[in-house]
Design a protein around this ligand. Sequence first.
Ligand code: FES
Length: 177
Amino acid sequence: MAFVLSAERKAIFDSLRPRYPNAKALTIPLLHLCQEQEGWCSPEVIDFVAQELAVPGAHVQGVVTFYTMFLKEKPGKRVLWVCRTLSCELCGAKELQEHIEHRLGIHAGQTTSDGEFTLLKAECLAACGQGPMIQLDDEFYENLTNESVDRVIDKARERAPKAPGTFSSLYLRAEKE
Ligand code: FES
């Protein structure tokens, strides 16, 4: 089924248009809005973005495959990103990642067999002074230890996963502030 941006996200996208020099420059913001709604950058999302911006689908595909924050496959119910960039790495991100892998029984890039968690490695998530840190869906957890990340995972299991489309959008947040 063809992808369509929700009215709320469409309004945000329309407000972004005048701030960018051309349609191509809107590829990343529009992909963010689509992924927040759909949960990943499905082929339908890529077609939608290409049509909306009147750019080749290969361009959109190229952006999706280049940037790690865009999901190329449908994830599990929750997406847990471990920042792997230098500051976090120096603070123990690799050890934290291995602990989470052991805890979830998967390697980074995989989804648990019950579909509850997808574990991914992220590039810098902009909390470099508070590493190691993770992003769980749209929430950030900093200064983590093996024990504190266990608590984050346990609490996440206790609450219902957020459905795609209910994630708070960076763009929606910016509009409200
Ligand atoms: S290096 Fe991890 S948040 Fe920047």
